[in-house]
Design a protein around this ligand. Structure first.
Ligand code: NAD
Length: 366
């Protein structure tokens, strides 16, 4: 079991490893009452293991499965459930599930009684390495994703890598897109995490979901996320924006393909694009451009747009300009000799090279 400290005020721990569900009870031992929020299929498998360690009275509230249940309606249902079981401000909510449960239960905990404690217990790879750490909670409106939310840091995060065994293979692979991102984040300056090497030498074990190796991989990714969050808790200084490596094109692809590509698949293609764009801008050499392709490829992720004729570079550029983090121009997180930096409006030739590197060659966009 590995414990990573998120150095905020107050700090909290991320506990990672096989069997970590047994740790949840210890982390809520001082609470009078506990509510576990989950989805039916996840609760069936894992709620008992969590409840077994909890001494206080506890209940399980279920929410729907799917992005459409990340809604204010669900938040109301959860808050009414909290009220029915008599949850008070000093008590605790446990969010047991993927990013949908974590974001929704986290937001309900942020607003119920003006804020009750939440423990994030992520059960997808994406939530373990990303969504559960950092305190961003939100639900969707018909007008857009994550439009209503709050920063609400958890009091602890517990990532049990045994739970990944039951994840559908496409969901697991999608999480690997974020793992590839972490591996490449610090690759240019140095590789203090060693993730690139672990992924290279342990590819088969990672793809086979070896819980012990996954404990190490998740802990390293969580460590990077924890450091970035501690440096920029409210996304104000630009440090946290580095987590968007590969995401500018990824968000555009998700919209263009109406979510037929998973987030992680889109991020993988976005990483190849970001590496090539950095190469085209002469920020890095071909070795880095190649690595930005090789790491996602080794994890079985797509490295080119699957149905490239269905989109044009022009339409993707338009979507990237509209990205909520782009403020009107084109903004990318790109590797360079001093590490990751925000780069605005790169030259046309570099964009063309980057599009071609992911199989988009229509050319009619200058
Ligand atoms: N708050 C943040 O910082 C942040 C960061 C990234 C993503 N997100 C959000 O996370 C959400 C996506 O999260 P996700 O990819 O975890 O999807 P998800 O929560 O929808 O989970 C995917 C599917 O896997 C199932 N599942 C979860 N754990 C399982 C397990 N161990 N075994 C079997 N099935 C399991 C779920 O029931 C669901 O059907 C999006 O809404 C996104 O906006 C938030």
């Amino acid at each position: 079991m590995t414990t990573i400290r998120v150095a905020l005020d107050p700090p909290y721990d991320v506990v990672v490893g096989p069997g970590a569900l047994a740790e949840v009870g210890r982390l809520v031992a001082d609470r009078r009452r506990v509510v576990i929020v989950s989805q039916a299929a996840i609760a069936d498998r894992y709620a008992e293991a969590v409840r077994a360690g909890i001494a206080a009275p506890n209940d399980v509230l279920l929410m729907g499965d799917g992005e459409q249940f990340k809604s204010l309606t669900t938040v109301e249902e959860l808050c009414r459930g909290f009220a029915r079981v008599g949850l008070l401000r000093g008590d605790v909510v446990i969010a047991l599930g993927g990013g949908v449960v974590g974001d929704t239960a986290g937001f309900a905990a942020a607003v119920y009684h003006r804020g009750v404690a939440v423990v994030q217990v992520p059960t997808t790879l994406l939530a373990m390495v990303d969504a559960a750490i950092g305190g961003k909670t939100a639900v969707n409106l018909p007008e857009g994703k994550n439009l209503v939310g709050a920063f609400h840091q958890p009091i602890a995060v517990v990532a049990d890598t045994d739970t990944l065994a039951s994840l559908e293979s496409r969901e697991y692979r999608s999480g690997l897109g974020e793992v590839a991102k972490y591996a490449l984040m610090y690759d240019v300056v140095a590789d203090p995490t060693g993730l690139v090497d672990i992924l290279r030498t342990g590819t088969t074990a990672v793809l086979d979901r070896d819980p012990a190796l996954l404990g190490d991989v998740v802990a390293r990714c969580a460590g990077i996320k924890a450091d970035v969050v501690a440096a920029d808790p409210y996304e104000r200084t630009g440090v946290r924006a580095t987590l968007n490596l590969g995401h500018t094109l990824a968000h555009a692809l998700e919209i263009a393909f109406e979510h037929r590509l998973t987030h992680g698949e889109a991020v993988a293609i976005g990483l190849v694009y970001a590496g090539a764009l950095a190469g085209g801008c002469e920020r890095v050499g071909m070795d880095v451009v190649d690595r930005f392709q090789a790491v996602p490829a080794s994890l079985g992720l797509p490295v080119a747009v699957p149905d490239a004729e269905a989109v044009t570079a022009g339409s993707l550029l338009e979507l990237m300009r509209r990205d909520k983090k782009a403020s009107g121009g084109l903004t990318f997180v790109l590797p360079g000799r001093d590490g990751l930096e925000l780069v605005e409006d790169p030259p046309t030739a570099a964009l063309r090279y980057a599009f071609e590197s992911v199989g988009i060659t229509d050319g009619g966009w200058t």
